[in-house]
Design a protein around this ligand. Structure first.
Ligand code: PRT
Length: 95
């Protein structure tokens, strides 16, 4: 697995945001009739799914749902015209 996988995924998300292919789930989040609420609702759902997986002590499910959560968080960053450096800078600031 490449160390830059988050950057690579974020680049694909930005590309989908620009080109809006019909068959892309990511694009559908940017064009949803609910607007920004579409991704905000998914973030809430995925966070709940992480919590339920944790309550079940199901580490495979925690990893899977956390991956859904991170993906939707990156979609939110793109929607807000932020990028991964905003996250890195904030983390570095706290060291
Ligand atoms: N990493 C992801 C990714 N993670 C999660 N998801 C989608 O997020 C949604 C999660 O929704 P749910 O948890 O509700 O799961 P569900 O399968 O819809 O329904 P349930 O039965 O679980 O309720 C699913 O549709 C997943 O496909 C993702 N969709 C796309 N990507 C990546 O985004 C990039 C662009 O992909 P396209 O959007 O397909 O162009 C590619 O690199 C993809 O791998």
């Amino acid at each position: 697995m490449t160390e830059r996988i988050l950057d690579e995924l974020f680049a694909v998300i930005k590309e989908r945001q620009e080109t809006l292919p019909d068959d892309s789930y990511t694009a559908s989040l940017f064009t949803h009739e609910k607007g920004e609420n579409a991704v905000l609702e998914k973030l809430g759902e995925e966070m709940t799914e992480v919590i339920l997986a944790a309550k079940d002590d199901d580490t495979d499910e925690i990893a899977a749902e956390s991956t859904d959560l991170v993906y939707h968080l990156l979609v939110l960053f793109a929607a807000k015209e932020m990028d991964l450096d905003d996250l890195r800078d904030e983390l570095a600031h706290r060291r």
